[in-house]
Design a protein around this ligand. Structure first.
Ligand SMILES: NC(=O)C1=CN([C@@H]2O[C@H](COP(=O)(O)OP(=O)(O)OC[C@H]3O[C@@H](n4cnc5c(N)ncnc54)[C@H](OP(=O)(O)O)[C@@H]3O)[C@@H](O)[C@H]2O)C=CC1
Ligand SMILES: Nc1nc2c(ncn2[C@@H]2O[C@H](COP(=O)(O)O)[C@@H](O)[C@H]2O)c(=O)[nH]1
Length: 329
């Protein structure tokens, strides 16, 4: 993999069109299967506190989108599962790996509060702590679809899959509010798309490409490189419905978007690998989801197909190489 020629990021790639086989973009099917469930789009808002809350989760589940609730109000998760199940909606939560999270998983199992999806959400997912958590969940609640991450290498993907993960999440440091690449010198920031391709080639189960998506076209590029689904933070931040605080500056409205490893999330300046930014207020989340779907339908038509599978085979060119993917510190 690590020849320089094969290292690229989203902005370095252009997909090459094929002859169109549909009469309207509305015919293109953007739905995706993950586990036993089918969802409207191969996209999931990041499980971060300024991106998703209970009401957004409910709205997404009711309208047929995949969602992953964040883990930063740990004590509310059991009630959240109950509430979603009362409405016949999918429950999809996140966990960490510390001892109290093991206790939480045991509690869910004992109370038969079984969510459909659990995402193990830590910075460096290629770790024994994650393997142990996968094994614990699978032993106590084998029916749960487990997403494990984050990782950035084929070895990590294989190891987590072998431990029982049903999908792995790829992306170490490409996020908009991420400073891992600067603070540690490590990660997939600047070559996230190539890392997705590298990991997907080794995967035998779905890959979720996480971080670095800056345009709707990047979703199609992720699928081309082997992702089944794409996790997105910044493009989903700063909507009317978004939980981030609204700030007024010189008569303009902005919303906060902060990293899960930022001091704003942690409440202390320790092992900080995230920052806070203000994004211009964007209007309704539903409108963004609608536009994302229309753009992806258009992508499918350029790929010469009728559904997402067409995107997996198109040719592409590498136009140039980038480092920053539009980010600044
Ligand atoms: N996708 C990405 O690039 C990144 C995402 N994040 C997000 O930030 C949030 C916090 O993540 P995280 O700090 O892992 O969660 P936690 O604070 O829950 O830490 C999880 C456990 O892993 C340990 N840990 C964390 N990082 C490392 C490391 N590099 N090496 C060894 N042990 C480690 C922690 O111990 P201790 O703290 O004592 O080391 C702790 O025991 C998550 O939501 C995560 O997704 C953070 C950074 C990168
Ligand atoms: N290195 C860090 N990565 C983080 C942090 N908080 C979240 N994240 C990751 O970013 C993506 C979203 O990326 P975006 O480019 O779409 O905005 C998210 O899903 C996490 O994986 C953090 O504090 N540090």
């Amino acid at each position: 993999m690590n020849s320089l020629n094969s290292v690229f990021d989203y902005e370095d790639i252009q997909l090459i069109p094929n002859k169109c086989v549909i009469n309207s973009r509305s015919e293109a099917d953007t739905s995706v299967k993950l586990g036993k469930y089918s969802f409207k789009l191969p996209v999931v808002p990041a499980n971060m506190q300024t991106i998703i809350d209970d009401s957004i989760a409910e709205m997404l589940a009711k309208e047929g989108y995949f969602y992953i609730m964040h883990r930063f109000e740990a004590e509310k998760r059991a009630e959240f599962i109950k509430k979603m199940h009362k409405q016949n909606l999918i429950a999809s939560i996140s966990v960490g790996v510390k001892a109290d999270e093991h206790a939480f998983v045991r509690e869910l199992s004992e109370k038969a509060l079984i969510p459909e999806f659990i995402t193990i959400d830590i910075a460096h997912g290629h770790a024994n702590s994650v393997i142990e958590m996968i094994q614990l969940i699978k032993r106590l609640m084998p029916q749960v679809f487990v997403i494990a991450g984050n990782v950035g290498t084929p070895e990590a993907v294989r190891e987590l899959e072998n431990a029982g993960a049903d999908a792995t999440k790829v992306g170490i440091g490409p996020g908009k509010v991420c400073i891992t690449k600067v603070k540690t010198g490590f990660g997939t920031g600047g070559w996230q798309l190539a890392a997705v391709r590298w990991c997907a080639k080794a995967a035998s189960k779905p890959i979720i490409a996480d971080g670095g998506i800056r345009t709707h076209g990047d979703i199609a590029k992720s699928i081309r490189m082997g992702a089944t689904m794409v996790m997105i933070g910044s493009l989903f931040a700063a909507h009317e419905e978004s939980p981030g605080k609204t700030i007024e500056r010189d008569g303009e409205l902005y919303k906060e978007y902060f990293g899960s490893a930022s001091e704003y999330q942690k409440g202390e300046h320790k092992n900080v690998e995230g920052k806070k930014i203000l994004l211009p207020h964007k209007g309704s989340l539903r409108d963004t989801l609608q536009e994302m779907q229309e753009d992806l339908q258009s992508s499918i038509s350029y790929a010469g197909g009728k559904d997402l599978s067409a995107l997996t085979k198109v040719d592409y060119v590498v136009v140039k190489n980038s480092i920053w993917n539009g980010d600044s510190l």
